[in-house]
Design a protein around this ligand. Sequence first.
Ligand code: HEC
Ligand code: HEC
Length: 291
Amino acid sequence: MPTKIEKDAVSGRDTTGHEWDGIKELNTPLPRWWLYTFYATIVFALVWVVLYPALPIRGATGLTGWTARGAIVGEMAERANQQAPMLDALRAATPQQILADANLRGFALAGGRMAFANNCAGCHGAGGQGAPGGFPSLADDDWVWGGKLEEIRHTIRHGIRNTEDEAARATMMPRFLADGLLKPAQVNDVAEHVLSLSGRAADQAAAARGAAVFAENCASCHGEAGRGNREMGAPDLGDQVWLYGGDKAAVVHSIAYSRAGVMPSWNTRLDPAVVNMLTVYVHALGGGEAE
Ligand code: HEC
Ligand code: HEC
């Protein structure tokens, strides 16, 4: 098909020599500047492929040895170096000392927030507000095991009723119905008594009978008036705060089968500096108690 290159009479430019049904095509070359820029990009790409990671050879590093991953590892090492003195200080200090030092405290609160989001929020909620089913709020002043710095740190370090840490907080409520310690009628009565403790509507006669059952079976852990005992991890039954719910069915279930909430221990999973940061962070969530 390419045939005769001619000069176009109207524009005075060459044709490409192609012709379709009498229509001829003008030869319009690319502007020089465009063409040279295009060649330059090709050269640039070739150089780049040789120097930087592009081909799966030499561990895909290119001649310079630079990799994006390597760059990040370097930056992270640098960051860790910068933080090392701070982390050392946080490891060596007691939570009290961290609270007293504005610098350490600020760092601990920021780091504690992140560590909390990564490790604790799944059970205790993003802001430590707790979750139904036995995950207590850490942001209120209602503590099962204690809200002083040392108490909080002990709970975090060793956890609760887990099998991995001998120092875990371990007290367990008996399964009063399941293990035959109380009869169904007694469970009902003592449940009514528990409801009355927090001012909920309760069957007065049953609650009165339940008071005797309570004194005999429950007061040793929950206290005479049911106001709880942190030594035993027995929650206050007289406030409106419930781990497992305060309606009758939930209370009966707690008494009949016990609950035994479990929390893992963290001292083998987290750096002591992080445990200290978490301690200060949880203490500052709203309910921290003075020593
Ligand atoms: C697998 C779920 C789970 C995870 C993860 C978890 N916890 Fe807990 N935590 C619990 C449960 C359940 C309890 C209550 C146990 C009980 O006494 O019945 C609890 C109780 C606590 C308490 C005691 C509260 C009180 O009222 O005395 C503190 C403090 C606490 N958790 C802090 C943390 C921190 C900090 C983290 C993260 C490092 C964390 N928890 C991660 C389940 C969890
Ligand atoms: C050995 C100590 C112990 C004894 C005895 C005991 N409890 Fe408990 N109780 C606990 C602990 C610890 C919890 C915390 C819940 C858990 O196991 O996760 C609890 C939780 C509860 C709860 C759930 C509270 C909530 O916030 O949801 C109720 C209700 C309760 N007990 C009632 C009773 C009654 C009624 C008795 C007597 C019949 C009794 N307990 C005897 C230790 C005890």
